[in-house]
Design a protein around this ligand. Sequence first.
Ligand code: AMP
Ligand code: MG
Length: 408
Amino acid sequence: MISYKEAQKLITKAAQGRVLQTEAIPVSEISNRICAEDIIAPLSIQPFDNSAMDGFAVLRSDLTHASPENPITLTKIGVVAAGDPETTTPLTTGTCVQIMTGAPTPPKAEAVVPIELVEANENEITFFALPKQNDNIRFTGEDFKKGDIIYKAGCKLQTTHILPLATLGVATVTVFKKPRAAFLATGLELVDDLSAPLSSGQIYNSNRPYSVAILEKLGVEIVSAQTIHDDLDAFASALASLEKENLDFIISSGAVSAGEFDFVAKQLEKIGAEIIYHKVKIKPGKPTLLAKLPNGTLYFGLPGNPVATAVGLRFFVEPAIRTMMGIMPEKPIHAKTMHKFTKRAGLHMFLKGQFESWEDGSLTVDILDGQASFMVSPFLNMTMWVDIPEDISELKAGDMVDLYPLLP
Ligand code: AMP
Ligand code: MG
Protein backbone atom coordinates (compact mmCIF):
# COMPACT_ATOMS: atom_id res chain seq x y z
CA MET A 1 0.00 0.00 0.00
CA ILE A 2 1.42 3.40 -0.99
CA SER A 3 1.03 6.78 0.73
CA TYR A 4 -1.23 9.58 -0.55
CA LYS A 5 1.89 11.58 -1.47
CA GLU A 6 3.25 8.71 -3.56
CA ALA A 7 -0.14 8.29 -5.22
CA GLN A 8 -0.18 12.00 -6.11
CA LYS A 9 3.22 11.68 -7.78
CA LEU A 10 2.08 8.65 -9.78
CA ILE A 11 -1.11 10.48 -10.85
CA THR A 12 0.92 13.47 -12.02
CA LYS A 13 3.31 11.27 -13.97
CA ALA A 14 0.50 9.31 -15.63
CA ALA A 15 -1.43 12.48 -16.51
CA GLN A 16 1.66 14.16 -17.97
CA GLY A 17 1.49 11.51 -20.65
CA ARG A 18 -1.94 12.76 -21.71
CA VAL A 19 -1.61 16.53 -21.97
CA LEU A 20 -4.75 17.85 -23.65
CA GLN A 21 -4.88 19.56 -27.02
CA THR A 22 -5.95 23.18 -27.34
CA GLU A 23 -8.69 25.03 -29.20
CA ALA A 24 -9.63 28.66 -29.83
CA ILE A 25 -13.04 29.67 -28.44
CA PRO A 26 -14.97 32.97 -28.52
CA VAL A 27 -14.26 35.20 -25.53
CA SER A 28 -17.91 35.02 -24.49
CA GLU A 29 -17.48 31.27 -23.78
CA ILE A 30 -14.32 31.29 -21.64
CA SER A 31 -15.92 30.87 -18.20
CA ASN A 32 -14.19 28.04 -16.29
CA ARG A 33 -11.96 27.04 -19.21
CA ILE A 34 -8.19 26.86 -18.76
CA CYS A 35 -6.05 29.34 -20.64
CA ALA A 36 -3.55 27.43 -22.81
CA GLU A 37 -1.38 30.32 -24.03
CA ASP A 38 -0.24 33.54 -22.37
CA ILE A 39 -2.55 36.38 -23.44
CA ILE A 40 -0.71 39.51 -24.63
CA ALA A 41 -2.43 42.93 -24.66
CA PRO A 42 -2.83 43.68 -28.39
CA LEU A 43 -3.24 47.41 -27.71
CA SER A 44 -3.12 49.94 -24.91
CA ILE A 45 -6.22 50.78 -22.91
CA GLN A 46 -7.23 53.55 -22.80
CA PRO A 47 -6.32 53.57 -26.52
CA PHE A 48 -6.13 57.43 -26.51
CA ASP A 49 -6.21 60.21 -23.89
CA ASN A 50 -9.84 61.08 -23.23
CA SER A 51 -12.19 62.82 -20.87
CA ALA A 52 -13.70 61.12 -17.83
CA MET A 53 -16.45 63.75 -17.53
CA ASP A 54 -18.71 65.97 -19.59
CA GLY A 55 -17.04 69.37 -19.30
CA PHE A 56 -14.37 71.67 -20.70
CA ALA A 57 -10.76 70.88 -21.57
CA VAL A 58 -8.49 73.69 -20.38
CA LEU A 59 -4.91 74.89 -19.99
CA ARG A 60 -4.20 75.32 -16.26
CA SER A 61 -2.07 78.40 -16.91
CA ASP A 62 -5.27 80.22 -17.95
CA LEU A 63 -6.92 79.52 -14.60
CA THR A 64 -4.04 80.02 -12.14
CA HIS A 65 -5.89 82.82 -10.30
CA ALA A 66 -9.47 81.56 -10.80
CA SER A 67 -11.65 81.62 -7.66
CA PRO A 68 -15.30 82.34 -6.80
CA GLU A 69 -14.26 85.96 -6.15
CA ASN A 70 -12.16 86.11 -9.29
CA PRO A 71 -13.98 84.18 -12.04
CA ILE A 72 -12.10 83.76 -15.31
CA THR A 73 -13.82 83.48 -18.68
CA LEU A 74 -12.40 81.51 -21.62
CA THR A 75 -13.69 81.25 -25.18
CA LYS A 76 -15.08 77.92 -26.29
CA ILE A 77 -13.50 77.09 -29.65
CA GLY A 78 -14.96 73.67 -30.31
CA VAL A 79 -16.96 70.63 -29.19
CA VAL A 80 -15.76 66.98 -29.20
CA ALA A 81 -18.08 64.07 -28.70
CA ALA A 82 -17.29 60.43 -27.84
CA GLY A 83 -16.52 58.74 -31.15
CA ASP A 84 -15.00 61.85 -32.74
CA PRO A 85 -11.46 61.29 -34.04
CA GLU A 86 -8.50 62.70 -32.12
CA THR A 87 -7.78 66.31 -33.13
CA THR A 88 -4.30 67.60 -33.82
CA THR A 89 -5.12 71.23 -33.02
CA PRO A 90 -3.78 72.03 -29.54
CA LEU A 91 -5.56 74.23 -27.01
CA THR A 92 -4.30 77.81 -27.08
CA THR A 93 -4.16 80.45 -24.35
CA GLY A 94 -7.56 81.90 -23.48
CA THR A 95 -9.56 79.08 -25.07
CA CYS A 96 -11.30 75.91 -23.99
CA VAL A 97 -12.98 72.98 -25.77
CA GLN A 98 -16.26 71.45 -24.74
CA ILE A 99 -15.75 67.70 -24.33
CA MET A 100 -17.97 64.70 -23.59
CA THR A 101 -17.12 61.64 -21.51
CA GLY A 102 -14.97 59.29 -23.62
CA ALA A 103 -14.12 61.93 -26.22
CA PRO A 104 -10.43 62.39 -27.12
CA THR A 105 -8.85 65.31 -25.28
CA PRO A 106 -7.22 67.95 -27.50
CA PRO A 107 -3.41 68.08 -27.45
CA LYS A 108 -1.96 70.04 -24.49
CA ALA A 109 -5.21 69.83 -22.46
CA GLU A 110 -4.20 69.71 -18.79
CA ALA A 111 -7.55 69.11 -17.14
CA VAL A 112 -11.24 68.74 -17.82
CA VAL A 113 -13.50 70.93 -15.65
CA PRO A 114 -16.93 69.29 -15.19
CA ILE A 115 -19.82 71.17 -16.79
CA GLU A 116 -21.52 71.48 -13.37
CA LEU A 117 -18.65 73.73 -12.15
CA VAL A 118 -18.78 76.39 -14.90
CA GLU A 119 -21.16 79.04 -16.10
CA ALA A 120 -21.78 78.93 -19.84
CA ASN A 121 -23.02 81.88 -21.85
CA GLU A 122 -22.95 80.95 -25.53
CA ASN A 123 -19.22 80.52 -26.22
CA GLU A 124 -18.11 82.40 -23.10
CA ILE A 125 -17.33 79.85 -20.36
CA THR A 126 -16.60 81.09 -16.83
CA PHE A 127 -14.44 79.11 -14.39
CA PHE A 128 -14.28 79.56 -10.60
CA ALA A 129 -11.31 77.42 -9.59
CA LEU A 130 -7.98 76.09 -10.76
CA PRO A 131 -8.38 72.38 -11.55
CA LYS A 132 -5.65 69.92 -10.52
CA GLN A 133 -3.19 68.76 -13.18
CA ASN A 134 -4.73 65.90 -15.25
CA ASP A 135 -8.10 66.20 -13.48
CA ASN A 136 -10.72 64.07 -15.25
CA ILE A 137 -8.36 62.93 -18.01
CA ARG A 138 -7.92 59.20 -18.65
CA PHE A 139 -4.54 58.51 -20.17
CA THR A 140 -3.44 56.12 -22.90
CA GLY A 141 -2.31 52.84 -21.34
CA GLU A 142 -3.54 53.59 -17.83
CA ASP A 143 -5.45 50.31 -17.71
CA PHE A 144 -3.32 48.08 -20.01
CA LYS A 145 -0.07 48.62 -21.89
CA LYS A 146 0.25 47.10 -25.35
CA GLY A 147 2.48 44.02 -25.26
CA ASP A 148 2.03 43.25 -21.55
CA ILE A 149 1.31 39.64 -20.61
CA ILE A 150 -2.10 40.05 -19.06
CA TYR A 151 -3.01 36.41 -18.37
CA LYS A 152 -0.89 33.30 -17.97
CA ALA A 153 -1.32 29.87 -19.50
CA GLY A 154 -2.55 27.34 -16.95
CA CYS A 155 -4.91 29.76 -15.19
CA LYS A 156 -8.64 29.31 -15.04
CA LEU A 157 -10.63 31.86 -16.99
CA GLN A 158 -13.61 33.35 -15.20
CA THR A 159 -16.65 35.26 -16.36
CA THR A 160 -15.06 38.43 -14.91
CA HIS A 161 -12.21 38.10 -17.44
CA ILE A 162 -14.61 38.68 -20.34
CA LEU A 163 -14.77 42.39 -19.52
CA PRO A 164 -11.01 43.18 -19.77
CA LEU A 165 -10.48 40.81 -22.70
CA ALA A 166 -13.36 42.27 -24.70
CA THR A 167 -12.11 45.77 -23.80
CA LEU A 168 -8.80 44.80 -25.42
CA GLY A 169 -10.54 43.42 -28.51
CA VAL A 170 -9.47 39.83 -27.76
CA ALA A 171 -12.02 37.95 -29.88
CA THR A 172 -10.89 34.38 -29.20
CA VAL A 173 -8.88 32.68 -26.48
CA THR A 174 -6.85 29.49 -26.79
CA VAL A 175 -7.91 27.05 -24.09
CA PHE A 176 -7.32 23.38 -23.35
CA LYS A 177 -9.84 21.04 -24.89
CA LYS A 178 -12.13 19.37 -22.40
CA PRO A 179 -10.93 15.92 -21.37
CA ARG A 180 -13.21 13.16 -22.71
CA ALA A 181 -14.21 10.58 -20.15
CA ALA A 182 -16.67 7.83 -19.25
CA PHE A 183 -18.21 6.93 -15.90
CA LEU A 184 -19.17 3.39 -14.94
CA ALA A 185 -21.10 2.65 -11.75
CA THR A 186 -20.83 -0.98 -10.68
CA GLY A 187 -23.14 -2.87 -8.34
CA LEU A 188 -25.91 -5.44 -8.65
CA GLU A 189 -27.76 -3.54 -5.94
CA LEU A 190 -27.96 -0.29 -7.91
CA VAL A 191 -31.19 1.23 -9.22
CA ASP A 192 -30.68 4.02 -11.75
CA ASP A 193 -34.29 5.22 -11.85
CA LEU A 194 -34.53 7.42 -8.77
CA SER A 195 -38.32 7.46 -9.05
CA ALA A 196 -38.69 3.66 -9.05
CA PRO A 197 -39.44 1.94 -5.73
CA LEU A 198 -36.59 -0.10 -4.27
CA SER A 199 -36.89 -3.87 -3.97
CA SER A 200 -35.31 -5.75 -1.11
CA GLY A 201 -31.52 -5.39 -1.11
CA GLN A 202 -31.48 -2.52 -3.61
CA ILE A 203 -30.20 1.05 -3.25
CA TYR A 204 -30.34 4.04 -5.55
CA ASN A 205 -27.32 4.70 -7.70
CA SER A 206 -26.28 8.02 -6.20
CA ASN A 207 -22.69 7.95 -7.42
CA ARG A 208 -23.69 8.21 -11.04
CA PRO A 209 -25.59 11.54 -11.03
CA TYR A 210 -23.16 12.99 -8.48
CA SER A 211 -20.04 11.96 -10.40
CA VAL A 212 -21.39 13.10 -13.75
CA ALA A 213 -22.32 16.50 -12.26
CA ILE A 214 -18.95 16.95 -10.52
CA LEU A 215 -17.01 15.88 -13.62
CA GLU A 216 -18.96 18.31 -15.76
CA LYS A 217 -18.18 21.04 -13.24
CA LEU A 218 -14.52 20.07 -13.57
CA GLY A 219 -14.79 20.71 -17.29
CA VAL A 220 -14.96 17.08 -18.40
CA GLU A 221 -16.97 15.96 -21.42
CA ILE A 222 -18.79 12.79 -20.35
CA VAL A 223 -18.92 10.60 -23.43
CA SER A 224 -20.72 7.76 -21.68
CA ALA A 225 -22.24 7.02 -18.26
CA GLN A 226 -23.25 3.43 -17.63
CA THR A 227 -24.24 1.07 -14.85
CA ILE A 228 -22.77 -2.44 -14.69
CA HIS A 229 -24.73 -4.82 -12.49
CA ASP A 230 -21.62 -6.69 -11.30
CA ASP A 231 -21.67 -8.79 -14.45
CA LEU A 232 -18.10 -9.46 -15.54
CA ASP A 233 -19.04 -9.97 -19.19
CA ALA A 234 -20.97 -6.69 -19.27
CA PHE A 235 -17.97 -4.93 -17.70
CA ALA A 236 -15.55 -6.54 -20.17
CA SER A 237 -17.61 -5.51 -23.17
CA ALA A 238 -18.19 -1.97 -21.84
CA LEU A 239 -14.45 -1.63 -21.32
CA ALA A 240 -13.70 -2.97 -24.80
CA SER A 241 -16.05 -0.53 -26.49
CA LEU A 242 -14.83 2.41 -24.37
CA GLU A 243 -11.24 1.57 -25.25
CA LYS A 244 -12.10 2.23 -28.90
CA GLU A 245 -13.24 5.77 -27.98
CA ASN A 246 -9.66 6.72 -27.06
CA LEU A 247 -10.86 8.59 -23.97
CA ASP A 248 -8.58 10.57 -21.71
CA PHE A 249 -9.84 8.61 -18.74
CA ILE A 250 -12.47 6.20 -17.49
CA ILE A 251 -13.78 6.32 -13.93
CA SER A 252 -15.62 3.51 -12.22
CA SER A 253 -17.17 3.30 -8.79
CA GLY A 254 -17.23 0.06 -6.84
CA ALA A 255 -15.79 -3.41 -7.32
CA VAL A 256 -12.19 -2.55 -6.43
CA SER A 257 -12.08 -3.99 -2.89
CA ALA A 258 -11.47 -7.56 -1.81
CA GLY A 259 -15.03 -8.86 -2.27
CA GLU A 260 -15.88 -11.82 -4.44
CA PHE A 261 -17.49 -9.59 -7.09
CA ASP A 262 -14.70 -7.03 -7.14
CA PHE A 263 -13.69 -7.66 -10.72
CA VAL A 264 -12.25 -4.33 -11.85
CA ALA A 265 -8.55 -5.01 -11.17
CA LYS A 266 -8.76 -8.58 -12.50
CA GLN A 267 -10.36 -7.52 -15.78
CA LEU A 268 -7.92 -4.64 -16.24
CA GLU A 269 -5.02 -7.05 -15.82
CA LYS A 270 -6.67 -9.47 -18.23
CA ILE A 271 -6.79 -6.88 -21.02
CA GLY A 272 -3.15 -5.95 -20.44
CA ALA A 273 -3.64 -2.69 -18.55
CA GLU A 274 -0.79 -1.51 -16.35
CA ILE A 275 -1.94 -1.23 -12.73
CA ILE A 276 -0.13 1.90 -11.48
CA TYR A 277 -1.38 1.55 -7.91
CA HIS A 278 -4.08 -0.35 -6.08
CA LYS A 279 -4.74 0.68 -2.46
CA VAL A 280 -3.58 3.96 -0.99
CA LYS A 281 -3.22 4.82 2.72
CA ILE A 282 -6.25 7.12 2.79
CA LYS A 283 -9.67 7.21 4.39
CA PRO A 284 -12.20 7.05 2.94
CA GLY A 285 -11.35 5.25 -0.28
CA LYS A 286 -8.42 2.98 0.55
CA PRO A 287 -8.94 0.39 -2.23
CA THR A 288 -8.63 3.07 -4.94
CA LEU A 289 -6.87 2.08 -8.14
CA LEU A 290 -5.14 3.76 -11.07
CA ALA A 291 -4.34 1.91 -14.27
CA LYS A 292 -3.32 2.67 -17.81
CA LEU A 293 -5.13 0.81 -20.58
CA PRO A 294 -3.08 -0.50 -23.51
CA ASN A 295 -4.35 2.44 -25.62
CA GLY A 296 -3.10 4.97 -23.02
CA THR A 297 -6.49 5.83 -21.48
CA LEU A 298 -6.17 6.27 -17.71
CA TYR A 299 -8.52 4.26 -15.53
CA PHE A 300 -9.52 5.45 -12.04
CA GLY A 301 -11.17 2.63 -10.11
CA LEU A 302 -12.83 4.37 -7.17
CA PRO A 303 -14.39 2.43 -4.29
CA GLY A 304 -18.19 2.45 -4.36
CA ASN A 305 -18.97 3.99 -1.01
CA PRO A 306 -20.34 7.37 -2.06
CA VAL A 307 -17.93 9.41 0.05
CA ALA A 308 -15.00 7.33 -1.18
CA THR A 309 -16.10 8.03 -4.77
CA ALA A 310 -16.44 11.74 -3.96
CA VAL A 311 -12.93 11.80 -2.43
CA GLY A 312 -11.57 9.96 -5.45
CA LEU A 313 -13.06 12.52 -7.83
CA ARG A 314 -11.80 15.47 -5.79
CA PHE A 315 -8.32 14.30 -4.76
CA PHE A 316 -7.32 11.77 -7.42
CA VAL A 317 -9.18 12.60 -10.65
CA GLU A 318 -9.14 16.40 -10.28
CA PRO A 319 -5.32 16.58 -9.90
CA ALA A 320 -5.00 14.45 -13.03
CA ILE A 321 -7.19 16.88 -15.00
CA ARG A 322 -5.11 19.71 -13.55
CA THR A 323 -1.92 18.12 -14.84
CA MET A 324 -3.42 17.42 -18.27
CA MET A 325 -4.02 21.18 -18.59
CA GLY A 326 -0.77 22.39 -17.02
CA ILE A 327 -2.60 24.05 -14.12
CA MET A 328 -0.49 24.91 -11.05
CA PRO A 329 -0.92 22.61 -8.03
CA GLU A 330 -3.77 23.63 -5.77
CA LYS A 331 -3.06 25.53 -2.54
CA PRO A 332 -5.21 24.79 0.51
CA ILE A 333 -7.20 27.27 2.59
CA HIS A 334 -6.17 27.39 6.25
CA ALA A 335 -8.57 27.52 9.19
CA LYS A 336 -8.77 26.47 12.84
CA THR A 337 -10.73 23.39 13.73
CA MET A 338 -13.55 24.12 16.19
CA HIS A 339 -13.47 20.73 17.94
CA LYS A 340 -10.95 18.05 18.74
CA PHE A 341 -10.71 15.05 16.46
CA THR A 342 -8.81 11.80 16.83
CA LYS A 343 -7.84 9.48 14.00
CA ARG A 344 -5.58 6.57 13.31
CA ALA A 345 -2.06 7.65 12.41
CA GLY A 346 -0.92 6.11 9.13
CA LEU A 347 -3.95 7.07 7.06
CA HIS A 348 -4.38 10.36 5.24
CA MET A 349 -7.97 11.46 5.91
CA PHE A 350 -10.46 13.58 4.04
CA LEU A 351 -13.23 14.82 6.32
CA LYS A 352 -16.51 16.56 5.67
CA GLY A 353 -16.29 20.05 7.12
CA GLN A 354 -18.31 23.21 7.40
CA PHE A 355 -16.35 26.40 6.95
CA GLU A 356 -17.16 29.61 8.78
CA SER A 357 -15.67 33.10 8.57
CA TRP A 358 -16.21 35.31 11.60
CA GLU A 359 -16.62 39.06 12.12
CA ASP A 360 -13.18 39.32 13.75
CA GLY A 361 -11.62 37.90 10.59
CA SER A 362 -10.99 34.42 11.95
CA LEU A 363 -11.71 31.34 9.88
CA THR A 364 -12.87 28.07 11.41
CA VAL A 365 -14.00 24.66 10.29
CA ASP A 366 -16.46 22.37 12.00
CA ILE A 367 -15.61 18.71 11.39
CA LEU A 368 -19.13 17.38 10.93
CA ASP A 369 -20.65 14.33 12.57
CA GLY A 370 -21.08 11.31 10.31
CA GLN A 371 -17.61 10.83 8.80
CA ALA A 372 -18.18 7.17 7.81
CA SER A 373 -17.64 6.62 4.11
CA PHE A 374 -21.25 5.59 3.49
CA MET A 375 -22.72 8.64 5.29
CA VAL A 376 -23.89 11.29 2.90
CA SER A 377 -26.14 13.32 5.23
CA PRO A 378 -23.22 15.72 6.06
CA PHE A 379 -23.10 16.58 2.35
CA LEU A 380 -26.17 18.72 3.02
CA ASN A 381 -24.07 21.07 5.16
CA MET A 382 -20.48 20.51 4.15
CA THR A 383 -18.66 23.29 2.37
CA MET A 384 -15.05 22.07 2.60
CA TRP A 385 -12.95 18.93 2.64
CA VAL A 386 -10.66 18.90 5.68
CA ASP A 387 -7.33 17.34 4.74
CA ILE A 388 -5.53 15.58 7.61
CA PRO A 389 -2.08 14.17 6.80
CA GLU A 390 -1.08 10.60 7.53
CA ASP A 391 1.17 11.25 10.53
CA ILE A 392 -1.38 13.22 12.59
CA SER A 393 -3.38 11.23 15.12
CA GLU A 394 -5.06 13.99 17.11
CA LEU A 395 -6.35 17.48 16.48
CA LYS A 396 -7.07 19.84 19.36
CA ALA A 397 -9.70 22.57 19.11
CA GLY A 398 -7.93 25.59 17.61
CA ASP A 399 -5.37 23.58 15.60
CA MET A 400 -4.78 24.82 12.06
CA VAL A 401 -5.92 22.49 9.29
CA ASP A 402 -5.83 22.50 5.49
CA LEU A 403 -9.13 22.85 3.66
CA TYR A 404 -10.11 22.31 0.05
CA PRO A 405 -13.40 23.56 -1.37
CA LEU A 406 -15.79 20.99 -2.85
CA LEU A 407 -14.65 22.14 -6.27
CA PRO A 408 -11.40 23.97 -6.93
P1 AMP B 1 -18.10 -1.58 -3.41
O1 AMP B 1 -16.96 -0.63 -3.51
O2 AMP B 1 -18.61 -2.05 -4.71
O3 AMP B 1 -17.75 -2.72 -2.48
O4 AMP B 1 -19.29 -0.79 -2.72
C1 AMP B 1 -19.12 -0.30 -1.41
C2 AMP B 1 -20.43 0.25 -0.90
O5 AMP B 1 -20.84 1.33 -1.69
C3 AMP B 1 -21.56 -0.74 -0.93
O6 AMP B 1 -22.36 -0.57 0.23
C4 AMP B 1 -22.32 -0.36 -2.17
O7 AMP B 1 -23.67 -0.72 -2.10
C5 AMP B 1 -22.16 1.14 -2.19
N1 AMP B 1 -22.21 1.63 -3.54
C6 AMP B 1 -21.50 1.15 -4.58
N2 AMP B 1 -21.78 1.81 -5.70
C7 AMP B 1 -22.71 2.75 -5.37
C8 AMP B 1 -23.40 3.72 -6.12
N3 AMP B 1 -23.20 3.86 -7.42
N4 AMP B 1 -24.28 4.51 -5.48
C9 AMP B 1 -24.49 4.35 -4.14
N5 AMP B 1 -23.85 3.45 -3.39
C10 AMP B 1 -22.97 2.64 -4.00
MG1 MG C 1 -19.94 -3.45 -5.36
